[in-house]
Design a protein around this ligand. Sequence first.
Ligand SMILES: Nc1ncnc2c1ncn2[C@@H]1O[C@H](COP(=O)(O)OP(=O)(O)OP(=O)(O)O)[C@@H](O)[C@H]1O
Ligand SMILES: [Mg+2]
Length: 352
Amino acid sequence: MLEVDVARNVKTVKPPVIGLDIGTSSVKLVELQSVDDGLKLKIFDYVPLDPGVIVDGKIINAENVAVPINLMVVRHNLHGRKAVISVGGLSVIHKLINLPEMSQADLNALMDAEAEIYIPFDIADVYVDSVIIGSDTSGHMKVLLTAAKRELVDKYLNVVIAAGLDPIYIDSDMYAMFNVFATTSEYSTDDKVILLDIGDSMMRVVAVKNGVIEFMREIPLGGALLTEEIARERGISWLKAEQIKLETSSFPDALDLQKVYNRVVGSLVEEINRAVDFYTAVTVDGGPSKVFAFGGGAKTPTLREKLAEKLGIPVELGQPLQSIRIDTSWAKSLEERQADLAVVIGLAMRQE
Ligand SMILES: Nc1ncnc2c1ncn2[C@@H]1O[C@H](COP(=O)(O)OP(=O)(O)OP(=O)(O)O)[C@@H](O)[C@H]1O
Ligand SMILES: [Mg+2]
């Protein structure tokens, strides 16, 4: 039977499963291999998706997602392999709750009976998953409760099955990013950091204190906003605007583009700042000391600098491959893409 397991505390790593990050602008696929001293990247591939195929984390055109994924399945001979995917967006909600200490089995039973207290959706319409993510000295534990609309999840499952893979877990995008960070980063245990994923249509903010998640928020904006605004400013197609954006590796010379970059970067920074401000107001012992930024949108010229200025803390491009061995022939091409791979690496690290 399929286990739909939207968030689970995974630290140990026993590949191989196929990690499949079905994002708005592309699907990324990774297989990791256990080697003596850790993990090695065995397969990395990706296929672009057309605009409009996935909107706000929902699959709008299933065939236009399944067919490109199947291309990768055929290319690497992955028919029938176990895959781990993730979902996110407005149809997925995360709740951090405090409960008296109990076993995971007791927690599961409690949530079977009482999850509706915490979930703002009709309980019949969602898959619910709960995981213990930390405990304190006063006999309480912290639980991450995740609920995802069945309709959304079932569409993802059907697409993955149609593409020739066997989906065994569904994670959440934010938890997968946290998982790769927690598994591969050497950060001091009293650090308070922000993990930020700036994708094409979504930004994900996860605050971590002492290695435990304290705050999670998704913001329905991302790198696509810049493409849309370039297209509007210049009266050109989306495709042409995306090309201009990807060719612009530093702050643009053209005055009209400068205006667009300032405006869009300003709004993205403002939204992230709002989320971090909210977290800083609810956490104790001061705000975060650092941001690790992932996702293609984090490479937008000036964005990390402007965000660092606004938040008053360093913003570093994340390196999800830092502790993974990579063949030298791949190293160069992956250098440019590595920040985009946080979610898919987190998924590929999933223990079967
Ligand atoms: N060098 C770059 N400079 C600016 N933007 C970039 C760069 N490289 C990629 N992007 C943008 O990053 C976005 C894609 O990033 P990513 O692959 O993380 O998103 P996604 O996973 O497809 O989307 P989402 O997570 O929102 O579903 C696109 O908007 C793309 O134009
Ligand atoms: Mg993404």
